[in-house]
Structure formats: C-alpha cells, structure tokens
Design a protein around this ligand. Structure first.
Ligand code: ADP
Ligand code: MG
Length: 806
C-alpha cells in the first residue's frame, strides 16, 4: 500500500545571484509502514528533503501525494493541518520547550487540534509510556539526559497519531548505547507507521531499517527496497477539502484545520513568564510607572475637584441668590447728568475715533426696582423642575411678621424682639426692610437639617436639632463666642463665662401672641411694658422656646450661614404668621391710615405696607434666598429665574441679586489646565514604558525563536504564534496595570497625609474605582499595541530557520 509519493520534487535555495539545488528531482514512493533510512554526506540535501516531506518547507516543483491527495494546491492553513495531523517530527537537538514540563511538551501538538484536556493527558501519558518515561511527567527537559529528551521528542511526535514520523539524525547527539535504545523505539513504531530517518550512521541504518536510500548532491543514488508503481492506483485527487463536507471524505477529515485557543496561548506564555519571574516583575513594575503617573493625576484632580465642589457649596451657602421686595440696580457705566448712558448703545461709543475728550459725571446713578412677589411667582419658585431642584441646596423665605419675644436670661424678664420696639430702634426698621425676620441674634433656620449639619457641628452635652416649633438653637462662633450685646439683650449682665448647660435644655424665650401683647385702647393699641413681661412670659398662650442645642461652624466650612444668636424653626414662623393674621391689631391696621399704636399717619403707602407685614396682616414673603450647590448649579438656577421675566413688562419682572457674582469660576478652569499639563507629563512616561515593553517583547521573541519553530513544526498557524506573544504582552499589561493601580492606592496614603499636613485638606488623592478599571484595561491595550510588531515578527519567522537557532 502506498502512503506517500514524491514525484520529481525540486527545491532550490537562492543566495544572492547563485542558485543552490538542495533537492534536485527526487521521485520516491513509500509504503504505509516501513523504516526508511536516508544516508548521505553532510550538505547533500537530506534535511531539506525531510523538511519538504514534513511540510515545514515548500517544494518549488513536482508533487507530493499523501494518501492519494495532491499537495500542489495546499494553502498555508492546509500545510499547518498537514503538519499537525499527518506528520511527527523528531530532531537531532530534540527541540523541546525548556520552560514546559515533559508532559506539556508532549501535549503541545494536541492543544492545536482541539483535544479535550483529559483526553490530552491520557494520550500524552500513553505516548510517554511507549517510550518508557511515564515516571518523569513533571520534569523539565533540562533535568533529563539526551536519550531521555529524545524519547520525549518521539513521544511528542507520536501523540497525535500521525501517518509519518520524520526523524532528522535522531541519534546524532547520543552515545551508541542510547542510540540503540532510540532505534529500537523507532523500529517498533515502524511496524504501524511510515518512519523516515535521516542519518549518516550507516551501521545503525543497516541494523535497524528495512530500506536504505542513499542521497548525493540532492539526488537519489540508490534505493535498497524500492516500491514499484501500482498500476491500479487512481490518479491523485487534488485537495478540494474546503468544498467538501468533512464526513464525506476521510482525507478531508484528517486535514481538519488546526487552531490554538486563547487559553492555550495564555498558559504557554504564563509558564514562559514564570520561568523569568524576576524580569517579568521588573518589566511590569516599569510598565506600571506610567500608569501610576496617570492614576495619581486622576486621583488628585478628581479629589481636588470634589474638594472645590464642596468648597464652592460652602462658600455659596453664605452667598445666595436673593430676591427682595426692592432691589437696586447699579449702573456703573459713565452717564451724563440725566442718567443717560454716554454713548447710545451698549458698546457703541466705546473706543471713539474722534479727537474729542469728553467729561462725564462720576456719580453712579442707581435705579430702584420693586419686585412684586406675586402668588404666581411664589408658585414658580416652589414648582422647580427636577433638574433645577437638584441644583439647589436650600430655599429660604423671609417673612415680614414681627415676633414679640420675651427673654428670661436672669431674674427679670426683658423684651428680646418685637414688631414695634419701645425704644423704636432703627434696627427694627432696617429689619423690616430686609424682611422683618432678620433681627439681631434672631434668625429663621432653613428647613433642611442635613444642610445645616453639613456646615455646623452640634456641640455641648445633649445638644440636638429642634424637633418642633418650641425648640431653638444657639449659634456661637468658632471661638465659642457670642457678642456681649447678645447677653445684654437676654438680660444677663452678671457673669463673664457661661456654661453650655446654662442654655441647652433651658426655656429662655417666649413668643407672646399679638392679642396679649397689644391691648386695645379705643382706636389705638398699647403694647405691653416691663411690668407685664413676667406674666406674659409664663402665660399659657405664649410659645415657650427651649434651647435644644448649640451650633458651631465646622472647621472646614468656608462661610457662615447664620450669625451668632438664636435661630428658630420655620414651623415657629408659620405658627406666628397664622395667629398674627387673625390678631386684632392686624385687622385694625388694615382699616387705618395711621399707625394704630403711635397714631401717626403713614408717610406713604410703603410705610403702611411695612407695618402690615410686621403685624402679620400681610403674609406674603418679603424675600427669597436660594442657595445653589455650586457655581454651575447657580447658573442653572439663574437661567430658570430669567425665564420667568421673558416677555414681561418691566414692572412685573422679578430682579434677583447674585451675592456671589464676584467669585468667578476661574478656579475650575485653572484646575483643568493643571490637570491637563500633569496628564501630559504622565502620558510621556506611559509612552516610554510602552516602548520599553515593545523592546522586552522583542527580546522575548528572540529568546523563544526555537519554541516558535517547534510550534510551527507541530502545526501551529502564524496566527497562533502571534497569539502566544499577544498573550504574553497582555499578561504583562495586566500585571503592570494592577501594579500601577495598587501602588497608586498605597501611595495615596502617604500623599494624603502630607497634603493634610501642608494644607489641611483630608483624603484629597483618591482614585475612583471606575478610573482604576479603565487604567488596567488601558495598560493591557497599550502593551498589546507595544507587542504588536514583535509578535507579528514572530509569526512571520520561517519555521526551518527558527528550529535551527539555538
Ligand atoms: P544535509 O541535511 O544533508 O546536511 P541540507 O539539506 O541541510 O543538507 O542542505 C542542503 C544544501 O542546501 C546545503 O548546501 C545547504 O548549504 C543548503 N541550504 C540548506 N538550507 C539553506 C537555506 N535556508 N538557505 C540557503 N541554502 C541552504
Ligand atoms: Mg541535515
């Protein structure tokens, strides 16, 4: 039975202009099973001949017919499959992969032919049993003798159950005793397969082989046992395996394409990297430096911008957008005596071209605008769309209602605050202008406790937030101080220092309802005086206020929201507004053009309105303060407020004041610029480490050239070779990325300690986990790119040359 037919095979090497025929028209026929020895002097073309048969090298002309299948039209993938399934190579220098165990060396060709792991192991052990090495599975090639290594190589050649074993001087490096052992094994194999062995040891050839072919200068000189042409033999078919379904033809099935899985590639590379642990670690560490650079910049800049955000929010807490009943619009452009702009338009008149020098009135003229806070507008503010609502920290309303507050700080009860003062101080007038609630040491707190506690700490034993309208808070400054006049106002004049528990839990104030505070006397009302205070303070209709806690500004809060003194709940205001609205004095004031207490006619309508507000007859808010979260959200809110004014006549427009106008977003831009510069520097280090990884991969390709040759010899495709190296760079990239991210987290600890010492900002550098993952993926991508050219070079290596390297 004919296994293999060579017809007029020629292979010529070209060196410059010279041509070197290495195989010069060889025609031979081989049996299904025989032991053929090829003998001939060095350089006669034996290795070339064997490589051509094995598909490692391609013939120039002629034909090679395997199992009746012509290889003339074979493509690369067909040759790969042919090597993997039909051929087993045994080399003089064994060509084992040094970083793989004996077992894995034998398994390697099966990893390309899609054999399951357990089947692979079973067959590898079986093949090793056949060569008598079953007890050496875990050894590395370097730990074995030459004869043992050659037996491993034979086991590797056998394991895929090939038709043909090709052995190129398999005993060339062995002593005579070991050589005989190897020959015995090959002879045994030749009982079931075709074994073609190249040797220059004619003694061994004659002793063991069944057929001796002598070669000289690329031609066949003699053949001891030629196979005659079989007349009945069918003409060779050409390979049409691609067009044929696999089950139809056994030859097509035999040549099923090889491919290496990514897992195999990764495990090959992983094992290789393990053999050079030190270098891999150093490479990964060097690669991680770029990653660390970028990661630290990201950590710092995101930490810094988070910090800026809270700082902005804190700053803005003190600078709300305010809407008050009257606003003054400043006009700072030069104007003439009549208040007209010099230069008719906005920009017109600027940078004039004429030869005149103008004079202008430096007096800044102001315009007053009255904001009519209609129910419509209040609805507009309370019905914020979600996006704007998210931009708001807090909205507080100022109510005009005056509260009649009595205090019992010491023995005697004194007046703490009132709608109409007995001393008629300017304070209350000014307070009324701003919205009556903003009396000295007497402010309303926002509804949002969380917001307050983001700016203030509760200090003192038992200190807590108010739970109902009967509870108030005391606010001290960062030195735990309150101005002297506050204590005087409370009627405390004795001691110098006060205990916190003199306040916490103590009922110190009472808000007296209008109807008890103002007594009707005919047309007019008289307000309570000092002698009535004691009774009113304890009276059951008053709202008795207990201090539930003490607030102190947080160390890192940028601004105050409250000034010193007492703050009360919006619930208290609501309660007082409701009772004041129904009070006799409020109702009486509505019907009168004179002040119902002083009997003095109001100078103008505005003065009456103020009085109505104070008595609670008019309950519309006198002011609105909107506290944005940051500069961006402030712009959002302003946009929303501007929309209200669109297409409204001047007098219906609501003009707000932006208290924080002067604080611009320059800081944000500066931060961005600094980040970009730093990222630029980090990117350079990333580039350097990428180039370094490319070089390391290149070195690895050079080092693993022989492995490339072995892989190709057992049927690996070019693609599989590049996979092996891509897997290697990916592993390095992954390690570098994880190193980088891990080290960044570690480095953040001392960096944060130093930053905290220097500028007092805690945990500023914090790498966001999302960024960490992106960086690791980025590191893998970069090393893959870096390894791309070296791994392509590896894939393109000529297998014959690759095997020849040491
Ligand atoms: P053998 O194995 O019989 O010693 P080879 O097949 O290795 O001989 O070489 C046959 C001839 O072809 C020699 O003259 C050798 O120099 C030449 N040759 C082999 N490989 C190459 C190559 N890759 N490029 C050029 N010449 C080659
Ligand atoms: Mg040779």
């Amino acid at each position: 039975m004919t296994k293999l037919i060579l017809s007029d095979i020629k292979k010529t090497y070209r060196l410059g202009n010279e041509t070197m025929p290495a195989v010069n028209g060889v025609s031979l026929r081989f049996r299904q099973n025989e032991f053929v020895s090829i003998l001939g002097p060095s350089g006669c073309g034996k290795t070339t001949f064997l490589n051509v048969i094995g598909g490692l090298d391609q013939y120039d002309s002629g034909d090679l017919i395997i199992n009746g299948l012509s290889t003339k039209k074979f493509k690369n993938a067909d040759w790969d499959a042919y090597r993997n399934r039909s051929i087993g190579f045994v080399f003089q220098n064994y060509n084992l992969i040094s970083h793989q165990s004996v077992l894995h060396n034998v398994e390697i060709s099966m990893t390309l032919s899609g054999v399951s792991v357990s089947e692979r192991r079973r067959r590898a052990i079986e093949a090793l049993k056949a060569v008598g090495l079953v007890d050496q599975l875990k050894k590395k090639p370097a730990q074995m003798s030459g004869g043992q290594m050659q037996r491993v190589a034979i086991a590797r050649a056998l394991v895929n159950n090939p038709d043909i074993i090709l052995a190129d001087e398999p005993t060339g490096a062995l002593d005579s005793h070991t050589s005989e052992q190897v020959m015995e094994i090959l002879k045994e194999i030749s009982k079931t397969r075709l074994v073609i062995m190249v040797t220059h040891n004619s003694e061994l050839a004659e002793k063991y082989s069944s057929r001796i072919i002598r070669m000289l200068d690329g031609e066949i000189q003699s053949d001891s046992n030629p196979l005659a042409e079989d007349k009945s033999e069918a003409k060779p078919e050409e390979d049409k395996s691609e067009a044929k379904p696999e089950s139809v033809n056994s030859k097509a099935k035999r040549l099923r394409k090889t491919s290496m899985s990514m897992v195999t590639a990764a495990s090959l590379s992983y094992k290789n990297l393990l053999t050079k642990r030190g270098r891999t670690l150093i490479t990964s560490f060097a690669g991680s430096i770029g990653i660390i650079g970028v990661a630290l910049v990201l950590a710092l800049s995101s930490g810094l911008s988070a910090y800026m955000e809270t700082m902005q929010s804190d700053t803005l807490a003190g600078f709300p957008i305010t809407i008050t009943r009257t606003t003054q619009t400043l006009q700072v452009e030069p104007r003439d005596g009549n208040g007209n702009l010099l230069g008719a338009g906005d920009d017109e008149g600027k940078f004039p071209n004429d030869n005149l020098i103008y004079n202008y009135d430096s007096q800044v003229s102001t315009r007053q605008h009255t904001n009519n806070l209609t129910a419509d507008y209040l609805d507009y503010i309370s019905a914020l769309p979600d996006s704007v609502e998210d931009a708001v920290n807090n909205i507080s309303y100022t109510r005009g209602v005056g509260m009649n507050v009595l205090a019992k700080g010491s023995e005697t009860v004194v007046q703490y605050s009132s709608a109409v003062r007995n001393d008629d101080s300017f304070q209350s007038q000014a307070g009324a202008m701003m919205g009556g609630g903003s009396d000295a040491y007497w402010q309303e707190m926002p509804d949002n406790h969380e917001y307050i506690l983001s700016l203030y700490d509760l200090i003192g034993e038992g200190s807590r937030m108010p739970e109902n309208k009967n509870e108030i808070l005391l606010v001290v400054n960062e030195y735990n101080q309150i101005e002297k006049s506050f204590f005087e106002k409370l009627g405390i004049t004795s001691g110098e220092n006060y205990q916190m528990n003199d306040f916490i839990g103590k009922q110190l104030l009472t808000v007296v309802p209008n109807d008890e505070y103002y007594i009707r006397d005919g047309e007019l009302f008289t307000s309570a005086t000092g002698s009535d205070y004691e009774k009113l303070f304890d009276g059951e209709n008053g709202v008795h206020l207990t201090v539930s806690g003490i607030l102190r500004i947080k160390e890192d809060a940028a601004t105050n929201y409250f000034s010193e003194g007492f703050v009360y709940t919006p619930e208290l205001t609501n309660h007082i507004v409701l009772s004041a609205q129904q009070s006799e004095i409020a109702l009486a004031q509505i019907d009168s053009d004179k002040n119902v207490i002083t009997d003095v006619p109001f100078a103008d309508n505005a003065a009456k309105e103020q009085q109505l507000l104070l008595f609670g007859a008019d309950t519309t808010p006198t002011g609105i303060s909107i506290y944005p979260k940051n500069f961006e959200s402030k712009e959002q809110i302003k946009e929303y407020l501007d929309v209200y004014n669109v297409n409204k006549p001047d007098e219906e427009q609501i003009i707000y004041t932006d208290m924080a106008e002067m604080i611009t977003s320059v800081t944000g831009t500066l931060l961005d610029t600094v980040s970009y510069v730093l990222i630029g520097f980090a990117a350079i280090s990333l580039l350097v480490s990428t180039i370094m990884i490319a070089i390391i991969t290149y070195v690895s390709v050079i080092e693993r050239t022989k492995e490339i040759g072995v892989l190709r010899a057992v049927g690996a495709r070019k693609k599989d070779i590049s996979r092996v190296f891509n897997a290697e760079t990916m592993i390095i990239g992954l390690t570098a990325g994880m190193f980088g991210v891990g080290l960044t987290y570690l480095l953040s600890i001392p960096i944060n300690i130093v930053i905290e010492r220097l500028v007092g900002i805690s945990s500023l550098a914090l790498l966001n986990p999302g960024h960490a993952i992106i960086l690791i993926l980025g590191s893998i991508a970069l090393t893959l790119i870096a390894g791309f050219i070296p791994s392509r070079m590896a894939a393109e290596k000529d297998p014959v040359e690759a095997l020849r390297t040491e």
